[in-house]
Design a protein around this ligand. Structure first.
Ligand SMILES: NC(=O)c1ccc[n+]([C@@H]2O[C@H](COP(=O)([O-])OP(=O)(O)OC[C@H]3O[C@@H](n4cnc5c(N)ncnc54)[C@H](OP(=O)(O)O)[C@@H]3O)[C@@H](O)[C@H]2O)c1
Length: 210
């Protein structure tokens, strides 16, 4: 049985835990509040214990706090693959992202810098709501950014359990490329203004070779 740990117990954690549990994964959720997270289909524990409990650990934390929460867990996370789904932004008065928290860089790169013995892989941050992460429309794409090729292969296999076929998964390269998918969050406000508050996902459609 595969084990996946998820740090944080919010909307993304709930969607991922539900699908992973349904596909036979053991799911461990790390939370600050054991009571609040008790209704998830998962073993609920403290954050440090969850970080050390699985080969794949998902950071489902607010982007603004992820580095501060995870950097002290260097030992627990050593040798593991950390899937970073976060968007780290400053929000404007309307609640939408007004600027990136790490302009010119990225949350994923900051996490990799803080956790040198962990294999950070960016994924799943360009779609919402979280139900689309586990039930992706056929045309949707997700982007992987990470320095370790075997970790990205591991995440591609893990994504298949969430419903992503390999052709929907685009490997952009090293963790430095995470700036591009992380920048997509800046397009959310104009998209919502144009489309209304509908679920959406970024999709890359390629033409057949000539
Ligand atoms: N929602 C989406 O549609 C969507 C789409 C793409 C990407 N994302 C990204 O996914 C990440 C999670 O999103 P979400 O919607 O699940 O957020 P959320 O509902 O706010 O959940 C985040 C969880 O992180 C934990 N947390 C919050 N502040 C913390 C702190 N200071 N220290 C430690 N833990 C803290 C909380 O869990 P506990 O109270 O149990 O500790 C909280 O439930 C974000 O980075 C977001 O940008 C979200």
């Amino acid at each position: 049985m595969h084990t996946t740990s998820i740090i944080g117990s919010g909307a993304v954690a709930a969607a991922l835990a539900g699908r992973l549990a349904a596909t036979g994964h053991r799911v461990v959720v790390g939370t600050r509040s054991l009571e609040r997270a008790h209704d998830l289909p998962a073993e609920v524990t403290d954050i440090a214990t969850a970080a050390a409990a699985a080969p794949i650990v998902v950071s489902a934390l607010p982007g603004a706090v992820a580095v501060d929460v995870l950097a002290p867990l260097r030992e627990e996370l050593a040798g593991r693959t950390l899937v970073d789904v976060g968007n780290a932004v400053r929000t404007g008065p309307d609640g939408f992202a007004s600027e990136l928290r790490y302009p010119g860089g990225s949350l994923a790169a900051r996490l990799q810098e803080a956790l040198p013995a962990t294999r950070v892989v960016k994924a799943l941050n360009t779609l919402g709501p979280p139900s689309m992460m586990v039930d992706p429309p056929a045309a949707a794409s997700t982007f992987l950014c990470g320095d370790d090729g075997s970790a990205k292969a591991e995440v591609t296999t893990w994504l298949a359990d969430l419903g992503w076929s390999p052709r929907q998964v685009i490997d952009l390269g090293g963790v430095a490329t995470a700036w591009w998918p992380e920048s997509f969050v800046m397009m959310v406000r104009p998209l919502v203004a144009a489309l209304g508050p509908v679920p959406f996902a970024l999709a890359v459609v390629t033409a057949a070779p000539q």
